[in-house]
Design a protein around this ligand. Sequence first.
Ligand code: ZN
Length: 186
Amino acid sequence: MRQDLPPLQFAYRSAPLKIANDGHTVRVRFGPGSALRIGKEFFTLQQFHFHTPGGDRIGGEVFPMVAHLLHKSRSGQLLALAVLFRLGPENPTLQTLLPLVPAQSDGDHSFPAVEIDPKALLPTARAYYRYLGSLTAPPCTEGVQWIVMKQPLTLSPAQLAQYKTRFADNARAVQAVHQRVILESP
Ligand SMILES: [Zn+2]
């Protein structure tokens, strides 16, 4: 269903790295400095994390990884923005993060000298799908609004292998997106 969905307006800013191994995935936490505006709605970026495999099947393609950028509105509405990865060239953000993943699930580790730019996890094309969905795999919860970017990023096979030495597959089973009501921006 194609609709005139409002453009995504990103006001993301780099921040010093706060990284955690939460037992399921690597999580990078953000303070109040980065925001996403969609029409009249305003969301603050809280954290991003990854799942393997990607969990969303688009046009028959299955993706080996997905990044979830979790946002929250002032009223507490959660919004997850999903960026899918296919295999290809190395991803620079993962290249920074993977060697710094804490060995233990023991809370946030701060690296004041390492700046993480959440914009680097966005594809250049801003077209997206929007739907009301649910995710049961931790750390995602029910009652989340979903944005899925249409254009995937890439990670290298070596990066995927490195991630998988630390974390077991943690995605929900692949759900065909066409079984849910999907709104699609042009
Ligand atoms: Zn997630």
